[in-house]
Design a binder for this molecule. Structure first.
Ligand code: COA
Length: 607
């Protein structure tokens, strides 16, 4: 579709060198993080009338005129002076004054911890790294050792507060998410989950967990003097782990973490009744991150390789393959296959993609430089194997999780495509935002397949604000609607189509700008709704209205994270009849799209 959009335009090249994320100082800068954070503005609460007007505009191309009229009336009632809207708005503004960020706790809770669907496919994104050239166990170990050393190198920038501050649109960004991705884990509950971070513990973790053939190990990655193990030392420790986990008939205990959150919460309570199990689970939760040494997956031809690797990262391929070789609650899990397949999966609650991609960019560059240097051999302790006592009840929970995982795997269609005809420099040369250009291509693709447009979600970063997460860019607009309909209209001339594309792209860019400045509608509406719930007041009618349900049924869920590394990000769709499309745009400029569709009527997904 990108190609079709470009046909009437000129091609252009692209190149930007990649480089290691470098610390701003070689020594620790205590207090730098807090000072930076305190300098960031607070997330504003947008004006009520503005949100109501913009909400109506967003609904216009999605709902029929009668429905729209009904919603207009509800909104008029909602906004009346002294009415419900005004009261809730005041409540939100009060919350904004009291809290560091009026939205972030609510968002964490609503979008992640209260969300009961499995984290696998439904929430956790996968990332495929470039294929490596190894095809044996030594290669796998060597790569894993370097990768671990690379992550520890990145960690030292976090620990020393020397990580360079990021900018978007010339504004410094909140760096909090960097402090949440290591040493953290999601904990299941029967009704809601929690997320814990051990970085600020009196004794922060000094170990990672490694899983091979479904068996978990604790690997201490620091010497007693606080220095990290060398690549060479890590390699030796990994070999020990490998040799102690050769049996392939072990219960895939980790697959429990892939289940529906209520079921997993119940199974978890049962699992940790046993002291050994509890200690093993705690060791995984507390570890800095997890490394999954995967068994080979079914062979894939070269053109299907990325798709197969995407599947491996996103869900592990099912209970027959590597889905049990995970602890899906762990925030960061690096996955390394014996055949050179590498990547990771991250649990989404603590962070969005950009910090993860920045970590990957650093690790990949670090690995290019680091060599296996022989270090004097100080004998290192055998990594500790984590034991689990499997009762018949736990065994039943594992079997149930296996079945559910396999259904989920079956329900998901996945395709990774690399679009290499041109990259972001081309739309730039046409004075168009590359992000908006891709979004319009997706709108057109959806329209051509389904003969209609659909509510579309694109994540916008709110990190210009303290503890900011995301808001929604609604990519489907009155202008995108006109553009896609014109594209296949034989009565329209190319020049007219290009003008409509230009207008739609500008409208999208304007929405994106408004969103990153905290003036979009979705989180504000959610805030008003949650404020009503917190006030124990009746839910305003605008939230029980059909239009609201339609507006939140995102058949297209999309996201764009720029990466220096040639990586592919994948995530699942958010509705059963939807697509999840993730497009990291390489700094060099190629568009990489991945998409998935999921349970129910099969979902589509592309990365
Ligand atoms: N003419 C020429 N160049 C243009 C242009 C125009 N009209 N509009 C934009 N550009 C340039 C930009 O200056 C930028 O240049 P650079 O490559 O030198 O940096 C480049 O094109 C890319 O801009 P654009 O495609 O518009 O997107 P963006 O980088 O501003 O990103 C968002 C837009 C919405 C993706 C970004 O603001 C954002 O919020 N990212 C976070 C996403 C996120 O958190 N996702 C969560 C995933 S879990």
């Amino acid at each position: 579709m990108l190609g079709i959009l470009a046909r009437t335009m000129v091609k252009a090249g692209m190149v930007k060198p990649s480089c290691l994320v470098k610390p701003v100082s070689v020594t620790r800068i205590a207090g730098r993080y807090l000072a930076h954070q305190e300098g960031l503005p607070k997330l504003p609460v947008p004006p009520l009338q503005q949100t109501c007007e913009r909400y109506l505009a967003a609904l216009t191309p999605i709902v029929d005129p009668e429905e729209l009229n009904h919603t207009r009336k509800l909104l008029e009632e909602f906004q009346k002076p002294g009415g419900v809207g005004e009261r809730l708005q005041k409540g939100l503004e009060q919350r904004g004054k009291k809290m560091e960020n009026w939205l972030s706790d609510w968002w964490l809770q609503t979008a992640y911890l209260d969300y009961r669907m499995p984290v696998v496919v439904h929430s956790s994104p996968g990332v495929v790294l470039p294929r490596m050239e190894f095809s044996d166990r030594q290669g796998q170990m060597r790569y894993a050792a370097k990768l671990i050393a690379g992550v520890l190198d990145f960690k030292s920038m976090i620990d020393n507060e020397t990580l360079p501050v990021e900018y978007l649109g010339g504004k410094p960004l909140c760096m909090n998410q960097y402090y949440q991705v290591l040493s953290s884990c999601r904990i299941p509950g029967t009704k809601r989950d929690t997320v814990v971070n051990y970085t600020l513990d009196k004794r922060p973790p000094t170990h990672i967990t490694v899983v091979h053939n479904f068996q978990f190990f604790v690997l201490d990655v620091y010497n007693s003097d606080g220095t990290p193990l060398t690549v060479d030392q890590i390699y030796i420790q990994l070999e020990k782990i490998w040799n102690s986990s050769l049996q392939t008939n072990k219960e895939p205990i980790g697959i429990l973490t892939s289940n529906h959150r209520n079921s997993w919460g119940k199974a978890y309570d049962n699992l940790i009744k046993d002291k050994t199990n509890q200690e093993s689970v705690r060791a995984i939760q507390k570890s800095i991150f997890t490394v999954c040494l995967d068994a080979p997956m079914p062979h894939a031809s070269d053109d299907m390789y990325r798709t197969r690797a995407g599947v491996q990262m996103l869900h592990g391929g099912g209970s027959r393959w590597n889905s049990g070789n995970r602890w899906f609650d762990k925030t960061l899990q690096f996955i390394i296959g014996e055949d050179g397949t590498c990547g990771l999966i991250y649990e989404h609650a603590p962070a969005e993609g950009p910090p993860i991609v920045s970590l990957i960019d650093h690790v990949v560059e670090y690995m290019k430089k680091s060599e296996m240097v022989r270090t004097p051999m100080v004998p290192l302790r055998m990594p500790q194997k984590l034991h689990f006592n499997i009762t018949p009840e736990i065994k039943m929970d594992i079997e149930e999780a296996k079945q559910n995982m396999n259904i989920m795997v079956h329900d998901l269609d996945m395709k990774v495509s690399v679009f290499s005809h041109f990259g972001k420099d081309f739309p730039k040369s046409q004075k168009m935002s590359p992000d908006a250009f891709i979004q319009m291509a997706l709108q057109l693709a959806y329209y051509r397949i389904h003969k209609r447009c659909c509510p579309t979600y694109e994540s916008a970063s709110l990190r210009m604000f303290r503890l900011g997460r995301t808001d929604t860019i609604r990519s489907m607009s009155i202008d995108s609607d006109k553009f896609v309909k014109a594209m296949d209209d034989p009565a329209k001339h190319n020049i007219e189509k290009v003008a409509l594309l230009d207008k739609a792209v500008k409208a999208h860019r304007a929405y994106a700008d408004m969103a990153i400045r905290g003036q979009a509608i979705d989180r504000h509406l959610l805030g008003l709704k949650l404020q009503a719930i917190e006030d124990l007041a009746a839910l305003p009618e605008i939230f029980m209205d059909t239009s609201y349900a339609v507006a939140l049924h995102f058949n297209l869920s999309t996201s764009q994270v720029p990466a220096k590394t040639n990586c592919v990000m994948c995530f699942g769709p958010v509705v059963s009849d939807g697509y999840g499309v993730r497009g990291p745009v390489e700094q060099r400029g190629f568009f990489r799209l991945s998409g998935h569709s999921g349970p129910g009527p099969r979902r589509r997904s592309s990365c």
